[in-house]
Design a protein. Structure first.
Ligand code: NAG
Ligand code: NAG
Ligand code: NAG
Length: 291
């Protein structure tokens, strides 16, 4: 019995899983066959559900197993008055190759007074999504299209040196209490969308922020930029601007090395050094041989 399972799983590792009609339901998939898939959603021409305005759309996302078990992966924010919304939310699902897993999308029109109207739905085969380079268009049941696009999260740590004393009030704290706001943009001049904030490091002109930051929206070749804004926390006044830096995501990911730059447009007069250091992705799952 044990050896049968072993042979079966070796087979599915060796050959393309889609050649097997279906995996026997008694075998649990090996870790090597699972992968964390992350994705974002956008849509176009979702029909309005009333006569007054464009749709206030949000999407409920679930994973559905071959046996019909449904697991809610999450719900997007509501985007008001927009038939072609682009949601900021990133979803993830553990893909089990060849297991017949599907993603279910239910688009709704948010209604403040009444219950939310359904505005269409779609079903996506997860194996097909991976085969199509994680870039798929679904036609929704009531018209309009939903785009599902895979992302490749990136992780990094941050530090700064020579952070100046910017507190304007006499007798205020002598040194800076620096922190970083992290934004991303679509295109160099795109709007800032915040995805993280660092901790505030008290009285530290040479902060090494302890966090590992994750930009989970990263999609290669889509003109994404990361914008770092270093601030000096001030309990009495507005926080001062230490400086900022705009980074092209593709170039950073391609180089995959520590990047040391000078912050621009700060209020201080010295040059502030800023470091962006690639961090490890979570360790891959280790397959331990059974005793
Ligand atoms: C999958 O990736 C997302 C984004 O990086 C992460 O938040 C999530 O914890 C990961 N899930 C697993 C099971 O590793
Ligand atoms: C995704 O698919 C769309 C439509 O097929 C195509 O226009 C677009 O270039 C693709 N994007 C990527 C990053 O492959
Ligand atoms: C990546 O490397 C190239 C060539 O060394 C360099 O010109 C570029 O500035 C680097 N970009 C980043 C973001 O590290």
């Amino acid at each position: 019995m044990k050896s049968t399972i072993l042979v079966l799983s070796l087979l599915s590792l060796a050959g393309p899983a889609f050649l097997l009609p279906q995996a026997p339901s008694s075998t649990t998939p090996k870790p090597a066959d699972t992968k964390n898939i992350t994705f974002v959603l956008s849509a176009s021409k979702i029909p309005s559900q009333d006569d007054y305005s464009e749709i206030d759309a949000f999407v409920k996302v679930s994973s559905v197993s071959k046996g019909g078990d449904k697991e809610r992966l999450g719900t997007t924010d509501t985007i008001r008055d927009d038939a072609s919304p682009e949601w900021n939310n990133v979803f993830w699902v553990e893909w089990r190759k060849g297991s017949g897993q599907k993603l279910e999308f239910i688009v709704k029109d948010h209604d403040v007074l009444d219950s939310d109207d359904e505005a269409g739905e779609g079903l996506l085969d997860l194996d097909e999504f991976v085969q199509k380079d994680q870039n798929v268009t679904l036609t929704l049941s009531k018209g309009g299209e939903l785009y599902i696009k895979g992302t490749q999260p990136i992780r990094f740590m941050l530090y700064a040196r020579n952070v100046p004393e910017l507190d304007r009030i006499n007798g205020g704290e002598a040194r800076g209490d620096p922190y970083v706001n992290l934004y991303w943009r679509k295109g160099k001049e795109g709007a800032n969308r915040q995805f993280a904030t660092s901790s505030v490091l008290d009285n530290d002109p040479s902060p090494d922020w302890p966090e590992v930051f994750e930009f989970d929206q990263y999609r290669k070749g889509t003109e994404q930029y990361l914008f770092f804004e270093v601030k000096d926390h001030d309990t009495l006044n507005a926080d001062e601007h230490v400086g900022s830096y705009l980074l092209e995501a593709d170039s950073y990911v391609k180089n995959n090395t520590k990047l040391v730059v000078s912050l621009t447009d700060g209020e201080g007069d010295g040059s502030v050094e800023f470091g962006i250091v690639p961090a490890q992705n979570p360790p891959p799952k280790i397959i331990v041989s059974a005793k």
